[in-house]
Design a protein around this ligand. Structure first.
Ligand code: ARG
Length: 464
């Protein structure tokens, strides 16, 4: 490698140590920013020309060469490679190879410190919506399964103990609610990235008459960063992106855990499609939920990226520090893992079937204890007293291996005279669900409304 291929070669007598150079190079991963780097450079060349720093002819040559370089990268991804330290050095080398000294004028008044911030902001601005679309696809799949479940009942759990009967649709829509928040969070991270840092220079700003507002408009940003020192060191938008990604992983991991449990032999409320299950090399009977387990497993890694990145940022002095280069691998891997996990989870959800008989059989019995208490409350008994009475009934029934529906009228009345002959018939899972009336409840009407709302949200975000 000739000495000039290092961006700082003038000040040094010797070329860098090969191993150290490779250690601190980022081209191996920041080549993902290629398009964004070219985009930023096109805009910077225009800004320099408008400021009278570049002649129109030089600016035109730089523009044409950058477009050529971009096309070469689009035609052949293998083109974006070489001994360069990073993608910024790569693009500049390509430019100089084509234009000589004219290419050497582009970096006037610009620093890689602001350039790398710009590139990552441009990158996230175009990539976060891709994650958002995958979130919408998963919410749509949950809504479709909720519709297909119709009025099927299943137990809801607290402390992983059977609690109360619910509609299976209600369970599916609970997960949809979490993913809708993720969508908002991704949008907020994108909003943070939406600030244009050029004009900040290395740290103190720039002395060239660059119109930063025009640059921001040209690059599609809604604002310009407020302080050049902050612009060089600010990666809050990276932390917010990683936080949004980490929470998505928490949510897909929880959904995965629910489905792993509920599709297993012990619960059996849902059935995994063969397409998204795996067999065992030894045990012929096995149908394993490997994709869901992997989604759950990957959550640790993405949460790690957030924790790691916050730790990297916390001790940094003001201005640019090379530590900041660590942002990219965290972001790129978080993005890859979130995309892969969302797609795998969507495929599982799209094909999951409710096992209505199993689910409904588990949705009755002692789960109706609250409803028995409500029956007494309706007849004037204070809730605490009703709770106590029903507790006694439950204790007796459990000891005798019986259920509410085996109690005769006399037995009911033995516990409380206000139990009518209709008590046994009135206390059913279907009636329990039917009685839930607030908008966030599992009642058929609230669930139908919730489903309609989720579907309207999906349509609105699919641009339909
Ligand atoms: N590759 C560097 C990064 O990712 C680009 C900025 C380098 N700036 C510098 N002063 N070394 O952060």
């Amino acid at each position: 490698m000739s000495d000039e291929s290092h961006l700082w070669s003038g000040r040094f007598e010797s070329a860098p140590d090969e191993e150290v150079f490779r250690f601190q190079a980022s081209f191996g991963f920041d080549r993902r920013l290629f398009e964004d780097d070219v985009e930023g450079s096109l805009a910077w060349a225009e800004a320099l020309a408008a400021a009278g720093v570049l002649t129109p002819a030089d600016a035109g040559s730089i523009r044409d060469a950058l477009l050529q370089i971009r096309q070469a990268g689009r035609d052949d991804p293998g083109f974006v490679a070489g001994p360069d330290e990073d993608v910024h050095a790569f693009v500049e080398r390509q430019l100089v190879e084509r234009l000589g000294d004219v290419g050497r004028r582009l970096h006037t008044g610009r620093s890689r410190n602001e350039q790398v911030s710009l590139d990552l902001r441009l990158y996230l601005r175009r990539r976060l919506p891709v994650l958002q679309r995958e979130v919408v696809a998963l919410v749509a799949a949950l809504a479709d399964r909720a519709a297909a479940a119709e009025q099927t009942m299943m137990p809801a759990y607290t402390h992983l103990r059977r609690a109360q009967p619910i509609l299976a649709a209600h369970f599916l829509l609970a997960h949809a609610a979490a993913f809708r928040r993720d969508h908002v969070r991704l949008g907020a991270a994108r909003g943070e990235a939406d600030a244009m840092p050029l004009g900040s220079g290395a740290v103190a700003g720039t002395s060239y008459a660059v119109d930063t507002d025009a640059l921001a408009r040209r690059l599609g940003f809604s604002r310009v960063t407020a302080n050049s020192i902050d612009a060089a060191s600010d990666r809050d938008f990276v932390a917010s992106t990683l936080h949004a990604c980490a929470l998505i992983m928490v949510h897909v991991s929880r959904l995965a855990e629910d489905l792993i449990l509920f599709t297993g032999e012990e619960f059996g409320y849902f059935e995994l499609h063969d397409r998204v299950a795996t067999g065992s090399s030894l045990m012929p009977q096995k149908k394993n939920p490997d994709p869901l387990e992997l989604v759950r497993g990957k959550s640790g890694r993405v949460i790690g990226h957030l924790a790691g990145w916050l730790t990297t940022m916390k001790g940094l002095p003001s201005g640019y520090n090379k530590d900041l280069q660590e942002d990219k691998e965290a972001v790129f891997d978080a993005e890859d893992q979130v995309l892969g996990s969302l797609r795998a989870t969507t495929a599982v959800v799209e094909s999951v079937a409710v096992r209505a008989a199993r689910a409904e059989a588990a949705a009755g019995g002692m789960l109706l204890a609250t409803d028995v208490a409500d029956y007494l409350v309706e007849r004037g008994v204070p809730f605490r007293r009703a709770h106590e009475t029903v507790g006694r009934i439950v204790r007796d029934l459990l000891a005798q291996g019986r259920d509410f529906d085996s109690l005769g009228a006399e037995e009911w009345q033995g516990y409380d005279a206000r139990f009518g002959a209709d008590a046994g018939a009135r206390v059913t899972s279907r009636a329990s669900i039917g009685a839930r009336r607030t908008p966030q409840s599992t009642g058929p009407e609230p669930v139908a409304n919730a489903l309609a709302a989720v579907r309207a949200w999906v349509d609105a975000h699919n641009g339909r």
